[in-house]
Design a protein around this ligand. Structure first.
Ligand SMILES: NC(=O)c1ccc[n+]([C@@H]2O[C@H](COP(=O)([O-])OP(=O)(O)OC[C@H]3O[C@@H](n4cnc5c(N)ncnc54)[C@H](OP(=O)(O)O)[C@@H]3O)[C@@H](O)[C@H]2O)c1
Length: 334
């Protein structure tokens, strides 16, 4: 199971917003084949492992009934972008399946396991369950809370400012922090910003990394209808969902039925504070520089200890060259 979990992890930037899944097929404790869900929309892990085993039939083993399938997540029992994995397993003739965790997605949840059992397959569930949940943190969060995991990422000067009052765009943090932001973006299913940030900074907000990534979708909250026509960078690279509704709770609950399991919010103080005050942020990442913006800067927060007073706890902090990266999480277990 640990091998299947680490195989799954290899594809964390390309399988999203799907969960990462790994599978192995064994005979007498020897690995016959292995598979993973490599890219969103492509074969599930179990299918890749079964296809690998088919190639070994008559060489490494004589009957599928002698094989054990290990998979990190419950096999699906529905036809989505690919056929049901339960059918492929049943048709293969495999008689024993060991599963790390039940799939929390209501269209699967327990139905895949039941289907295998109904077809005379010996099923064990729960091996390394915590690790499977941890490696698919956003996916499990989404199905438990019926909304995506929301992280706000902000860059702050040493004196707590977001940007200059005159609206002139300025880099607050060092080059190394900005590269770190690219890797953070690569983990999320979507990036969300507000109208003013797109107007003032004209950001691309894609993940510019040197590895393969299923690029995050983009979400713009703006009701002024003036942005797309001006050819802003934000509209390059990926699909953009423009939302004119201003009630943030309504917006976030409307994401329940969309594919996003995680959203990174990269906006200015107005939108970030609106999310915080609506108790919608699960994680806050602050890149803090050593420079001051002084009286020419706009405050991120109006009061001292604003983050702590909203129930956030510092989880980790470390230096990135001249800056410090702080990660805060909500005190409550969601
Ligand atoms: N330091 C950093 O990490 C960082 C990051 C991003 C941006 N910035 C800076 O922040 C500045 C812009 O900040 P800002 O605070 O003025 O704007 P903002 O937070 O980026 O965006 C506010 C805009 O979001 C839209 N919006 C939709 N629903 C909203 C709601 N419920 N509450 C609040 N806004 C909502 C509105 O757009 P419409 O007006 O279009 O309807 C509103 O004007 C830029 O100059 C940029 O340089 C800094």
């Amino acid at each position: 199971m640990l091998r299947a979990i680490s195989l799954a992890d290899t594809y964390k930037y390309t399988a999203k917003p799907n969960p990462v899944v790994g599978a192995l097929i064994l005979k007498d404790e020897i690995i016959i084949s292995e598979g993973a869900h490599e890219r969103f929309g492509e074969n599930h892990a179990e299918i890749n492992a079964i296809e690998g085993a088919n190639k070994q039939f008559g060489k490494s083993f004589e009957s599928f009934a002698d094989l054990i399938l290990i998979c990190t997540l419950e096999p699906c029992n529905h036809s989505g972008k690919t056929g049901p994995c339960t059918k492929a397993i049943i048709d293969s003739g495999i008689k024993k399946v060991i599963i790390g965790s039940e799939d929390p997605n209501p269209i699967v949840a327990g139905k895949g396991i039941d289907k295998l059992i109904e077809n005379g397959i010996n099923v064990e569930v729960g091996l390394c369950k915590n690790l499977v949940e941890r490696q698919n943190k956003f996916f499990f969060f989404k199905h438990k809370n019926k909304r995506p995991y929301l992280t706000a990422k902000i860059a702050s000067s040493a004196d707590g400012k977001s940007h200059k009052k005159d609206g002139r765009s300025t880099w607050i943090t060092c080059e190394e922090s900005r590269q770190d932001v690219q890797r953070v973006r690569a983990k999320y299913d979507a990036i969300l910003t507000g109208g003013n940030t797109v107007r003032d900074d004209n950001p691309r907000m894609n993940a510019r990394v040197n590895f393969e990534v299923n690029q995050p979708k983009k979400i713009l909250l703006s009701n002024k209808h003036d942005l797309k026509e001006t050819g802003n960078n934000f509209f390059r690279d990926a699909e953009v969902q423009v939302i004119t509704e201003i009630n943030l709770k309504k917006i976030i609950s409307s994401f329940q039925d969309l594919e996003y399991c995680s959203i990174l919010i990269e906006a200015g103080p107005k939108l970030v504070n609106a999310f915080l005050l609506n108790d919608l942020i699960d994680e806050l990442i602050i890149y803090q520089s050593q420079d001051l913006l002084g009286l020419n800067g706009v405050d991120w927060f109006k009061k001292d200890n604003a983050i702590e007073n909203l129930g956030f706890k510092l989880e980790s902090s470390y230096k990135i060259k001249t800056d410090t990266k702080y990660i805060y999480k909500k005190n409550v277990k969601r």
